[in-house]
Design a protein. Structure first.
Length: 238
């Protein structure tokens, strides 16, 4: 399934990144969605782009030559209050992530990151808006990574199917154990459950859930991380 039908325009993204190498990586990855990408390298150029063109998603660098990503988001919200936004930064601190989410960013992407991680986050962001119906098949396709899973099992599809059946049978119990550890703030139990789950995700190619587990391990205090974890589990169990 493609991002948009023949009768619907491609989603249009505003990428704000002042480093040319990072900007080139983002543009190449985003255009593979496919999507139209408008690039800006400063607060001023981003605002100019946004005044000239309505975007479906903003990807904003946290530190820019003429201001911060949070300041830019505030200014952009004056023009288009409902547009979803993702932040990207080389600082992976949990405190920064909480500040950015409080400021209105859906997620914080830590550079360097893989194209897969970037595209998954963009799809989640776009699913908040008018492209949600066109993204259903694309998002499902990212739940399982056949290439990685089969490579780990030397191409044995029968073994992979059996492992996935076992994985899915155990997943509800694992989810409940994670929820229990979160509820009672048992950091040791939470780390243990998430560590085992992340390993299992790797064996069966549960790529979306693996990403959600990594995010939750990095910041178990984040409501967004908990929500993403539950959404990824639900996508596999539906």
């Amino acid at each position: 399934m493609t991002m948009a039908s023949a009768h619907e325009p491609l989603p249009r993204l505003l990428l704000v990144e002042d480093d040319p190498i990072s900007r080139g990586f983002f543009q190449a990855a985003l255009e593979s969605l496919p999507a139209q990408v408008d690039a800006a390298d400063s607060v001023a150029s981003a605002l100019s782009r946004s005044r000239a063109q309505r975007h479906d998603l903003w990807l904003i660098d946290v530190n820019l030559p003429d201001g911060t990503g949070t300041e830019l988001l505030d200014a952009l919200r004056q023009l288009h209050p409902e547009t979803p936004a993702l932040a990207h930064t080389a600082d992976g601190g949990a405190a920064l992530q909480r500040r950015l989410q409080a400021a209105g960013f859906l997620e914080m992407l830590v550079k360097p990151l893989s194209a897969e991680r970037l595209l998954q986050a963009v799809r989640r962001g776009l699913s908040r808006g008018r492209y949600s119906h066109a993204l259903v098949g694309v998002q499902e396709a990212t739940d399982w990574d056949e290439t990685v899973a089969l490579a780990a099992l030397n191409g044995q599809q029968t073994h992979l199917n059996a492992l996935r059946e076992l994985f899915l049978a155990e997943l509800p119990g694992t989810r409940d154990a994670v929820d229990s550890a979160l509820k009672i703030a048992d950091a040791h139990a939470l780390r243990s459950h998430l560590h085992r789950l992340q390993a299992s995700c790797g064996f069966v190619g549960a790529s979306r859930l693996a990403g959600a587990v990594r995010t939750l391990r990095g910041d178990p205090q984040s409501p967004m991380a908990v929500t993403q974890f539950h959404e990824a589990v639900a996508a596999l169990l539906h």
